[in-house]
Design a protein around this ligand. Sequence first.
Ligand code: ADP
Ligand code: MG
Length: 329
Amino acid sequence: VSLGEFALIERFFAAPARAQRVRADVALGIGDDAAVLAVPPGRQLVAALDTLVEGRHFLRGFPAASIGHRALAANLSDLAAMGAEPAWYLLALTLPAVDSDFLEQFAGGMLALAAEHGVALVGGDTTGGPLTISVQALGLVETGTALRRDGGRAGDLLYVSGTPGDAAAGLQLAMAEREAASLDAAHRDWLLRRFHYPQPRVALGRALRGIASACIDVSDGLAADAGKLATASGCGVHINIESLPLSTALLAQAGAAGAARQALGGGEDYELCFTVPAALETQLTAAVAQLQLPVTRIGQLVAGAGVTVLHAGRQVEFDSRGFDHFAAS
Ligand code: ADP
Ligand code: MG
């Protein structure tokens, strides 16, 4: 790197990351050619990488702290879906220009979430070009206990955490401030926050080990991601519309039908969608009791293939992008 880039990395990333002192297992961190990390015996390394591109995953003018937060959150959410404990991350930053205000806030958002989850920034890459952020997260899981997408069986119960659909509604608000005027300020703030600062469900993922038969995080939309889990598990999936946990803010913004559509089709919730064998339902209730996070049964895996959305037991029209005709059939 050039001296300018070196100073940039030091000021905005390396120095604040060192100051966090979040982990003792970084044998060698930022500054050498690569990081050296201690994987404890009995654990497997779990790796994930996600990229945010300006214009596609965020727009110019979105808060820089949110962009930093979301870049890391998307990766921690992937580790959460595996039941892993996040440990370290690397950041590949492509910048069109050196904008100190942007970098300070971007790094602030990312490092604040990192501190919450005890993950250490251990390296990365900095280069010039269209604004693009790639984060690679590394986590640890007790050997053989990682949650996967392919462990579900017909009859297993389908659950989702939190209130899906909020992030998609928040994105709409972030893109068109006009719509926000008619919405209660507290509801607007809730939805915007759910898009800009999603909380990766790490504690839930950890609690689901040994209980969930399959798990996925909701990044592309609940129906699409439940469908991926079902396909990986060699099953179909039924989702009951009336069971969907809808936030009061989403209901206020979108109405009952619109809220259900957002919950099923909207993306970037970073909630966990998972299946549990019926015999383990009581264990699930006990395991999630101390988490400050609702977990709701919304359907089940079935023999066959594909996603079937039901309203009062009757199938409603639906395609992979979301609803075509909510009220149809
Ligand atoms: P190399 O050329 O050997 O790949 P660099 O000179 O690009 O390494 O980077 C120097 C050090 O700074 C390395 O430890 C690298 O991991 C780290 N680094 C570079 N960019 C970032 C970044 N955006 N955030 C955190 N660490 C970074
Ligand atoms: Mg090198």
